[in-house]
Every structure is written in structure tokens, then in C-alpha cells.
Ligand binder design. Structure first.
Ligand code: MSP
Length: 511
């Protein structure tokens, strides 16, 4: 069986998760479910990044130890993933002792090899962002990320010889055109960072304690690059007593994240792996930022949207659908409440919800809830609907394989909308008036049920709860086997329906 290993970033634990974190994790979950449906042996990793000065400070402000602080937040993130129906296989925490131990070994190995050396560093540092900046990257003297004042700091630290791996990294980019996607980010990394030359990187700190100590120089704490990035490999057991998962699932097929950490994942992490003589991930994909009503969203900016309240208002599948359908995966997207309501009402309440309730309602009304197993009596509109439904999955595959979630969903909705149009074309309410058209009427309703079965399979990666609602109302096998959605007429002719409450009740705009 082919393996597929997908990861989200490990999120910083210095505040509650918001819809931006949810965006990445839902995308990873959708991809993971899709690959499972396609027969892959999938592993999905998420987790949290728990060390560093920000956590140390936030814990001090909260009056608890850093460990207590991160233990509490790690649970809050986990609860959110449960709520969002994100089914990860591994949850890596950088305070996990096995991870810490592996990180120490990685640091030592690089040191012994001469790829890490001791030096001193003077630079412009933004404490809240824990980042040194090049003067040219500053925003009128302030941090380009949070716009706060930066300070000049001098510190003894260990450096990683990144420059040594520049040629090997360039070669990897040349040989693997899809290593970093979308292409705009690849070009940006190549032209702005890799080609101009890679500077050695400061990989330890003495200014805080909360981190993995350098065991041969305990005043130093291993900085985020060598602590956090290797989590993707330590979660599988790299540099532990049991690396069988690592041998089976590494290299990762996909590291998913937003654009601001692409540079770390597409330059620093590959250089660390090259230095360790380990294979590089197959792909790094940096999507855009979700903004809120046109503004950057973030914990520190105080405008972060809470996914929990959205879910309680709209339901989890609706929010997952909205995130994956509304925004093209790659560029930035603007989250607005009105876009959410419009999308919900148009695609879910009207298109999909109505298709289901109309189909079930008509089987009840015209056949007392049970479609008779008559020989099909085709109508002139069948071929078009069937053709579109059975050719849909190949188009969905092509989109999903490129992480074009929105386009994939649009392909599915073309079929949903086509089926609603089919109802208008075949006019079952007219057929119902003519006793001789009984078989034709049954065929029309069967074709709708069959289309819904096919749609239920295709929506599963993004909307994992909705197929069960469809299956229950049509009393059909809870089967989401991908290949079975490429064929029409698989459902037994006798369909027994059970009316349920609307899957997606309309939302009034005033909300
Ligand atoms: N801890 C680092 C990552 C280390 S990975 C080895 C980190 N953590 S974070 O908590 O800041 O998470 C950043 C990630 O959260 C982004 O790359 C993205 O995946 C997600 N997002 C957070 N805010 C987001 C938006 N507003 N929009 C889209 N994604 C966002 O960086």
C-alpha cells in the first residue's frame, strides 16, 4: 500500500487557536481523508510548538509554570480539532521527552560534524516575534510582522552552516519543480533568498531558559529551528529507540502551512535534513492568510475569529465547506460574515439541502416512501446528468491532487446544481399526474437518489458528517468508497426513504 504522510505546522501555544489555524488543519484533514479514500496508508500529524520566550513570558504573566501553561493550551487545541472533526494520527508536542531527546541528538550530530559552531551574534531583534531582522526588512525601523520596536541585541550563540548546503538545495529545487508550491512562493524563495546566498543561522539562545538545553553547553537553549522543524521527523521516531514509523512514512509527502513560515520549511528545514543525510519532504505548500473583514487576523491583533462559536451557529461541516470552498488555496482570502451566510444559503441550504429534501419528499409523496423496483424508463435528460455525475470524480481528483479544494468542490456542486435542474426539466409533479408515466417518474427519482449517493462520496473529505445524513435519509449503505462514485446505477432500484430535518436550514441574513 502506498503511504502518504501529511503535516500541519505545530502551532505556538501562546494563545487560543483561531480560524486561521483551523484553516490549515481542516485542509490537512480533508487531504488526509481524501488520500485514505483513494487507498493510501495515511498518517496525519499536527501538534504544538511549546518552547520559547513568548511562552515563558505568557506563563509568568498567568502565574503558572511554562509546563502547566502549555499543558492547558495543548488541550484547548486538541479540543478544537475534535470539534472540527480533524482526525490526526500523531499529536507532536515539543515538550514531549522523546522529541527533546531526539532534538539534542540532532544538535550534537550537527555539532560533531562541524555544521554547528559557536560564535556571537549582534542583530535587530523583535522580542514578541522572537526573530532577528535584517535592517532592510524593517518597517520604518519597526518589526515587519507586528510593527513593534526592535532592539539591538548581542548574544553568544551556536550557528548552523546553512551556506554549505546552498548548492545541494538549489539542485533539489531544480530536480523537483513541485517541491515548493504554489509556484509564486517557489520563485520568491529562489530569487530572494536562495540565489543571493544563505547566511549561517543562529540556532541557540542564552536569553531564555524554556527550551531544550544544549547538553554539552547548558547555558544555551536550542532555538526554534532545530527544536520545532524536526518535529515532523521525531514524531515518527527519528533519533529514537524505535524509528520503524520513520522508515515507513518518511519523507513527508506534504508539509502544509501559511506563507509566513514557508521560508523556514523550504530553506532551513531542507538544509537541516541535508546536513543529517536524510531525505527531503516531497512538497512544501504555503497557502495564503485568512484576513478578517480585510484586516490581518491574529491573536496579538485581537480580531481572531473563534471557530467554536461559528460551529455552534452553522455546524461543523458548513464551516469546513466554507473554508475550503470560499477561498482559493494559495492566495490570501478575506473572511466576512456575509460571505459565510451567502455561501451557506446558496450552496448548502439551497443546492445540496434542497436536492436531498426534494428527492426524499417526492419519493414520499408519489410512492409512499418506497421507490418500486421497476425497469428503468429513461427520459431525455438522463444522459446528461449521468454523464456529468460519473465523470465528476476524475475532475475532482485532478483538483484535489493539486490542493485546489475550492475547484474540486465546484466540480461537485456542478453536479448538485445539474441535479436540481434535472428536477425542473423532468417535472416529476407532471409525471405524477399520469398513471402511464409511473416507471418514468420512478426512474427520475432513482437517478436523483443515485446522484446524491455519488455526491455523498465526493464531499466526504471536506464534509465528513454529511454523507451519513444523506445515507440515512435514503437508507443506503454508509459507503464512501471512492471508486464506487464513478459508476451510475449501483444503488438497488428499490430505495426506501426516511424524511429527516433539513440538513442545512436557511440562515436569515439579520443574524
Ligand atoms: N510554531 C510555528 C510553526 C512551527 S512549524 C515547525 C508557528 N506557529 S503559529 O501558531 O504561529 O501558526 C502559524 C500557522 O497557523 C500558519 O502557518 C498557518 O498554518 C496557520 N495560521 C495562523 N493564522 C492564520 C491566518 N490568519 N490565515 C491562515 N493561516 C493561518 O508559526
Amino acid at each position: 500500500m502506498k503511504t502518504y504522510y501529511i503535516t500541519t505546522p505545530i502551532y505556538y501555544l501562546n494563545g487560543d487557536p483561531h480560524i486561521g489555524h483551523t484553516y490549515t488543519t481542516v485542509a490537512a484533514d480533508a487531504m488526509s481523508r481524501y488520500k485514505k479514500q483513494r487507498g493510501y496508508d495515511v498518517k496525519f500529524l499536527t501538534g504544538c510548538d511549546e518552547h520559547g520566550q513568548k511562552v515563558e513570558r505568557a506563563a509568568a504573566e498567568a502565574g503558572v509554570s511554562p509546563q502547566e501553561f502549555v499543558d492547558g493550551l495543548a488541550e484547548i487545541f486538541k479540543d478544537l480539532w475534535k470539534l472540527m472533526n480533524c482526525e490526526y494520527d500523531f499529536y507532536q508536542r515539543t515538550t514531549n521527552p522523546q522529541h527533546c531527546d531526539s532534538v539534542k541528538q540532532i544538535f550534537k550530530k550537527l555539532y560533531d560534524k562541524g555544521d554547528i559552531y559557536k560564535g556571537s551574534y549582534e542583530g535587530l531583534y523583535c522580542t514578541p516575534c522572537e526573530t532577528f531582522y535584517n535592517p532592510r526588512d524593517l518597517n520604518e525601523g519597526n518589526c515587519p510582522e507586528c510593527n513593534r520596536k526592535v532592539e539591538t541585541i548581542s548574544e553568544e550563540c551556536y550557528f548552523f552552516r546553512m551556506g554549505k548546503y546552498q548548492d545541494a538545495l538549489m539542485k533539489h529545487y531544480d530536480e523537483n519543480p513541485e517541491f515548493l508550491m504554489p509556484l509564486s512562493r517557489r520563485n520568491e524563495m529562489l530569487n530572494n533568498f536562495i540565489k543571493p546566498g544563505l547566511d549561517d543561522l543562529c540556532v541557540s539562545r542564552t536569553s531564555f531558559k524554556w527550551g531544550v538545553p544544549v547538553d554539552f553547553d547548558p547555558g544555551h537553549v536550542i532555538y526554534v529551528w532545530i527544536d520545532a522543524l524536526p518535529n515532523y521527523a521525531t514524531a515518527l521516531g527519528l533519533y529514537s529507540d524505535d524509528d520503524s514509523l520513520y522508515k515507513k512514512y518518511w519523507p513527508a509527502d506534504l508539509h502544509l502551512m501559511a506563507k509566513e513560515i514557508v521560508r523556514f520549511h523550504s530553506i532551513i528545514w531542507p538544509c537541516i535534513l541535508l546536513a543529517l543525510d536524510e531525505p527531503l519532504p516531497k512538497q512544501v505548500f504555503g497557502h495564503g492568510w485568512l484576513q478578517y473583514e480585510g484586516q490581518k487576523m491574529g491573536k496579538s491583533l485581537g480580531n481572531a475569529i473563534c471557530p467554536k462559536s461559528l460551529v455552534s451557529e452553522y455546524g461543523v461541516d458548513a464551516i469546513r465547506y466554507f473554508l475550503m470552498r470560499e477561498f482559493t488555496f494559495g492566495p490570501d482570502g478575506n473572511f466576512t460574515q456575509s460571505a459565510l451566510i451567502n455561501r451557506y444559503n446558496a450552496d448548502l441550504a439551497n443546492d445540496l439541502g434542497n436536492l436531498l429534501s426534494r428527492t426524499v419528499g417526492m419519493v414520499e409523496k408519489y410512492f409512499g416512501g418506497t421507490l418500486p423496483a421497476l425497469d428503468p424508463a429513461p427520459s431525455p435528460f438522463d444522459a446528461d446528468l449521468m454523464g456529468l455525475a460519473t465523470s465528476m470524480l476524475e475532475k475532482v481528483e485532478a483538483r484535489m491532487d493539486k490542493l485546489a479544494f475550492s475547484e474540486a468542490l465546484n466540480e461537485i456542486w456542478n453536479v448538485v446544481r445539474r441535479a436540481n435542474k434535472y428536477i425542473d426539466e423532468t417535472a416529476p409533479w407532471v409525471l405524477a399526474k399520469d398513471e402511464t408515466k409511473k416507471a418514468e417518474l420512478a426512474t427520475v427519482l432513482y437517478n436523483l437518489a443515485e446522484t446524491l449517493r455519488i455526491v455523498s462520496i465526493a464531499i466526504y473529505p471536506v464534509m465528513p458528517n454529511t454523507p451519513a445524513i444523506i445515507h440515512e435519509q435514503l437508507n443506503i449503505n454508509a459507503n464512501t468508497d471512492w471508486e464506487s462514485a464513478k459508476e451510475f446505477n449501483l444503488l438497488p432500484r428499490k430505495v426506501v426513504v426516511t424524511k429527516g430535518s433539513p440538513a442545512f436550514p436557511r440562515i436569515e441574513k439579520s443574524k
